[in-house]
Design a protein. Structure first.
Length: 228
């Protein structure tokens, strides 16, 4: 972790005060579970905090950057910017994958390159940075690392099938769309989720993925393709 401290100071001008926060940010649940006796904290709480500050800063950026855009268009843009796959790309570009603490099973199964883990770690890092340095430093970091790619469109673009499905179904009026996890299989470090999507309580698509978000996208894609 001392290497991380040096990297953050050298590349981003961030002078860490509490290094333990950042160690927690890169600690996956699989590592914490393998070291229960040490009572090591994992990064899910920091991920929650980081997600909130990321949404706030990107929303503020879009509001200022596009004064004429309506709320709906800004929501779509924000959704594409903060998607799991996009955040995983930013995590890789920052070199955060090298600092992940993974359980042996997760490491062997390729967890260090898994998008859900990388995306979650990026958000957890933002949560740690918020607690350690404050919101202004988080904003400065995102404007240094993320916003330039948003400006020139070089961030990792992915198709948001949930938005596509919503637009497709609600073209003639409001329809209730709901996603439900119907099964979870595999060990804790290698879970596979199955999700079904329903429109007005009628199942219209199913999908699987290594995270709930990915499974929801797969279910939406299945529903979109069935109507195309």
């Amino acid at each position: 972790m001392e290497n991380l401290r040096e990297k953050l100071a050298r590349e981003f001008g961030i002078h860490v005060q509490d290094l333990s926060l950042f160690e927690t940010a890169f600690t996956h649940t699989s590592y914490a579970n393998e070291h229960r006796l040490l009572k090591i904290s994992h990064n899910e709480r920091l991920e929650f905090l980081g997600d909130a500050v990321l949404q706030l800063i990107i929303s503020q950026y879009l509001y200022k950057r596009y004064p004429q855009k309506p709320e709906g268009e800004m929501s779509k843009m924000r959704s594409s910017f903060v998607r799991e796959e996009s955040l995983a790309g930013f995590s890789r570009s920052c070199g955060f994958d090298a600092y992940l603490l993974l359980g042996k099973g997760e490491e062997k199964s390729g967890g260090r390159s898994r998008e859900t883990i990388l995306g979650d770690a990026f958000e957890a890092f933002l949560g740690a940075l918020l607690l350690d340095q404050g919101v202004d430093v988080v904003e400065k970091f995102l404007y240094q690392v993320m916003v330039p790619h948003l400006e020139n469109g070089t961030f990792e673009r992915v198709t948001d099938y949930k938005t596509i499905l919503q637009e497709m179904l609600q073209v003639n009026g409001e329809i209730e769309i709901a996603y439900k996890v119907v099964s979870e299989t595999g060990p804790a470090h290698e879970k596979v989720f199955e999700v079904e999507v329903a429109a007005n309580n009628q199942v219209i698509g199913r999908g699987v993925g290594r995270s709930k978000k990915m499974a929801e996208q797969a279910a939406a894609k299945n529903a979109v393709e069935a109507r195309s």
